[in-house]
Design a binder for this molecule. Structure first.
Ligand SMILES: C[S@@+](CC[C@H](N)C(=O)[O-])C[C@H]1O[C@@H](n2cnc3c(N)ncnc32)[C@H](O)[C@@H]1O
Length: 316
């Protein structure tokens, strides 16, 4: 009798779990698709992010209401720490933006409000992520590329390309630190050609070689025309040989932005860098024409650290 009761209790619990997941999914889809009409602009600004969180089966619909109405700060109260918040967000993002090919992935990223400009959309349609990672290339999540590194999630690539859009003009000079798979480097190459230059700097020689092979398969002309150059080196020092840069993207997290990188930014230039160790945020630095620097918080993120090759291989 006792066994029967506990088994039926377990069965009931499983049904509730399954049902709450389905209900959350429906609410999330409604919120995502109607976000511009259902909510005033100030509320809908982060509805995608908030809604994505509640796509997770771990959260209740009441939490969704709290998150949508009160924003990230309240949403975060439901997580033990920023890491689990980010992990839940990443899982939900992967579920929301995915496709069977690059075109479908781009369509999903656009429908979910991440791609904002035609220029970034065209760039992503030109550079197929399938050439840059072996596993689940058309899912919105980071994927392993070897040597304890990952290709960043498409939504991070999109966020960075949108933020740097105005600084990635034909003829611009760009530095991509921690170029990894070479995906973002190639995208930026597409945006600055003709005549521009994107230097991808990677400290693991094997990864640098692999990224050149990836770009050769995808956009060989960028290498042939000298628009994209991959170099092996310590990105923490920047690349003084080609400084100053109109845009600098750092693909790994530093405690705080190294001064030397800000020095290599041209007046009018912009740098994006993840800062922090466990708790990380994507930070935007803008250098005015008179050399003054302003700083802006963009979003919370989780990147591998900007470190030495030994530390990375050991997996610090
Ligand atoms: C998140 S991963 C790759 C990001 C890249 N944008 C992509 O999507 O493929 C970060 C990269 O930074 C590299 N990295 C870490 N520390 C570095 C350093 N000091 N100098 C250069 N590259 C570094 C890692 O090897 C790794 O490839």
């Amino acid at each position: 009798m006792k066994d029967w009761a506990s088994n039926s209790h377990l069965l009931l619990w499983c049904c509730c779990w399954w049902w709450s997941g389905k209900a959350n999914k429906t609410v999330l889809e409604t919120v995502s698709s109607k976000r511009t009409t259902l909510f005033p602009r100030f509320l809908s600004r982060n509805v995608y992010t908030r809604g994505a969180l509640f796509g997770s089966q771990h959260l209740s619909t009441s939490t969704l209401v709290a998150q949508v109405c009160c924003g990230d700060r309240v949403g975060r109260l439901f997580f033990p720490n920023n890491f689990s918040y980010q992990r839940t967000l990443r899982r939900a993002m992967a579920w929301l933006s995915r496709g069977r090919n690059q075109a479908e992935l781009v369509k999903a990223l656009k429908e979910n409000g991440l791609i904002k400009t035609e220029r970034v959309e065209k760039t992503l349609l030109t550079v197929d992520r399938g050439y840059f990672c072996k596993y689940r290339p058309y899912e919105d999540s980071p994927q392993p590329i070897g040597w304890n590194a990952t290709i960043s999630a498409p939504h991070m690539h999109v966020t960075c390309l949108e933020l740097l859009n105005e600084h990635l003009k034909p003829g611009s000079k760009v530095l991509d630190i921690g170029s990894g798979s070479g995906y973002l480097t190639a995208c930026m190459g597409v945006m600055v050609r003709p005549k521009g230059l994107v230097v991808g700097i990677e400290h693991i020689p094997g990864l640098a070689r692999q990224s050149i092979e990836n770009i050769e398969k995808s956009q060989k002309d960028l290498l042939d025309e000298g628009v994209v150059r991959i170099v092996v080196g310590d990105g923490r020092k920047g690349y003084p040989e080609e400084a100053p840069f109109d845009a600098i993207h750092v693909g790994a997290a530093a405690g705080t932005a190294p001064r030397v990188l800000l020095d290599q930014l041209a007046p009018g230039g912009r740098m994006l860098i993840p800062e922090g160790t466990m708790e990380q945020e994507l930070v935007q630095y803008d250098k005015a024409e008179d050399g003054t620097i302003s700083k802006r918080h963009i979003t919370f993120v989780r990147y591998v650290p900007l470190c030495s090759p030994e530390q990375q291989i050991r997996g610090i």
